[in-house]
Design a protein around this ligand. Structure first.
Ligand code: GLN
Length: 494
């Protein structure tokens, strides 16, 4: 038998169900590894070992009782240790969003997606590090310090779900929850060599996700394999009356074939995603992955998504505009940090001034500017129009192809500090991921190789709205034929 830390989600769940290991034992294995590696990785903001042990014991008790009186199916993730990005509410555990302003905020309820995983039996080891309010691409914008990439501790894990990507890559847990507003599941998945899904907008309820860009935000699972990601997704997805943008559509059960077969799948390769400036090894690995899909039966077509180069300016108007409205609630009165000295205006100013970090302030200023009278039409309204063109690009493309294959990011993981003084260089890291959020389509990122520094390279496949099943089919077939997703970073366990 393999070491328990190397189990996939499916293997871990089966081992518990078959009684080969208890949830308590498996959780202890994870907690020990967290104790050994967390001082180097700094992937968590808050650890919840007591909660985890209590949930593990409850899972073991449930299983023991079920064995005596089996009733119905077992909860599908019974006893499985996971981690949750710290922008998602977990009842009675502080939710900081990587910000000082919410340092002591303890939500009394759990996000719907978290709640669904809890009902499926998961054990939560803690809340993972994130760029402040998920604004960033490296996890360096966290008020709690940067997370280190398990493949090279001098480098970033990507962001903003960098903590979640790092804990999965380092085998501290079997899966983690992330969020993706402009790439924050896919890009850290790519930088850390794990598999991550940004679902269709509206597929997973945003209730209990602290809002950043409400028309873009998606909650998505991160794990090592497509099968695992698909399982978590199928539990998290589905209608929720507490999110007005949640879609009331059935979530079809996910089925996988035993043999990798992509016969008849039309894969579009957009020329706009292979621009100059992209790291040559990234382009090469993605093209090789596409060639492998062809040998598995897929048809490859070159396509064009002509408005791609507008995605960056459009996103960096719309996301800050929405953020400036969403973050207005942190005023020292209702939530979090209060720095009071003088009148009400002083209270607002001091609390926000002390509580928000520089990137969040920059976005609030950008967004407020883009929404202000006189500039609204020139910037925000214009950006919304171009967003529609970007969405139409995808609709047109999906008339002739089933999925679109592209790199996740132009580079592999960069050194800590490289872009932290240059916001525009950081924004460029998102150039290939923003489009899926603007169009609302799903995207699956998974590892397709390594560069010369032995850093993981990721690719993404995007599909039509609500066709996550197609992405899973292709991602799974690719992983059946390759073993990139099984590679594990070498970390010294003290
Ligand atoms: N890096 C992008 C941003 O800073 C996307 C972040 C995200 O997806 N949460 O806005």
């Amino acid at each position: 038998m393999r070491e328990p830390v190397e189990f996939t989600v499916l293997e871990a769940v089966q081992a518990i169900q078959k009684g080969q290991i208890s949830s308590r034992e498996l959780t202890q294995v994870c907690l020990q590894r967290i104790t050994a590696l967390e001082p180097t990785l700094r992937a968590y903001i808050t650890l919840t070992p007591d909660l985890a042990m209590a949930q593990a014991d409850a899972a073991d008790k449930f299983l023991a009782e079920w064995r005596q009186y089996p009733q119905g199916a077992l909860p599908p993730l019974l006893g499985l240790p996971i981690a949750v990005k710290d922008v998602l509410c977990l009842a009675n555990v502080r939710c900081t969003c990587g910000s000082r302003i919410l340092e002591n905020f303890i939500p009394p309820y759990s996000a719907t997606a978290v709640e669904r995983l809890l009902s499926a039996g998961v054990v939560v080891t803690g809340k993972t590090n994130t760029d402040e309010f998920a604004m960033g691409s490296s996890t360096e914008n966290s008020a709690y310090g940067a997370t280190h990439n398990p493949w090279d501790l001098q480098r970033v894990p990507g962001g903003s779900s960098g903590g979640s990507a790092a804990v999965v890559a380092a085998r501290l847990v079997f899966a983690a929850m992330g969020t993706d507003t402009g790439g924050s599941v896919r890009q850290p998945a790519s930088f850390c060599g794990v598999t991550g899904l940004k679902p269709t907008y509206g597929r997973v309820s945003r209730y209990g996700l602290v809002a950043y860009g409400s028309s873009l935000d998606c909650i998505g699972p991160m794990a090592r394999t497509t099968e695992d990601v698909a399982l978590l997704y199928s539990i998290m997805a589905g209608y929720d009356r507490r999110d007005a943008t949640s879609m009331d559509l059935p979530v079809p059960p996910i089925q996988f074939s035993d043999k990798p077969n992509l016969k008849g799948v039309r894969v579009g390769v957009p020329k706009e995603y292979f621009i100059s400036g992209i790291q040559p090894e990234v382009e090469k690995a993605v093209r090789q992955a596409v060639a492998l899909m062809q040998t598995l039966g897929a048809e490859i077509h070159e396509i064009s998504l002509p408005h791609t180069h507008y995605a960056l300016p459009v996103y960096y108007l719309i996301a800050p505009a929405e953020a400036s409205a969403n973050l207005a609630r942190y005023d020292g009165v209702r939530y979090g940090l209060r720095e009071s000295d003088g009148d009400t205006l002083e209270l607002f100013r001091n609390s926000r001034g002390a509580g928000f970090g520089p990137e969040v302030k920059r976005r609030i200023m950008l967004g407020t500017y883009a929404l202000s009278a006189g500039y609204y039409d020139a910037y925000y309204a214009q950006a919304q129009k171009v967003r529609t063109l970007i969405k139409r690009d995808f609709e047109t493309a999906f008339e002739s192809v089933d999925i679109i294959a592209a790199p996740v990011a132009p580079t592999t993981a960069f050194p800590i500090g490289r872009h932290s003084g240059d916001p525009l260089a950081m924004y460029l890291e998102d150039i290939f991921t923003l489009t899926a959020n603007l169009a609302g389509v799903p995207g699956l990122a998974f590892p397709v190789g390594f560069d010369e520094h032995l850093l993981p390279i990721g690719m993404q496949i995007m599909g039509p709205h609500f066709r996550e099943d197609l992405l899973f089919k292709v991602g799974h077939a690719y992983q059946q034929a390759t073993d990139w997703h099984q590679k594990m970073p070498l970390l010294e366990v003290s």
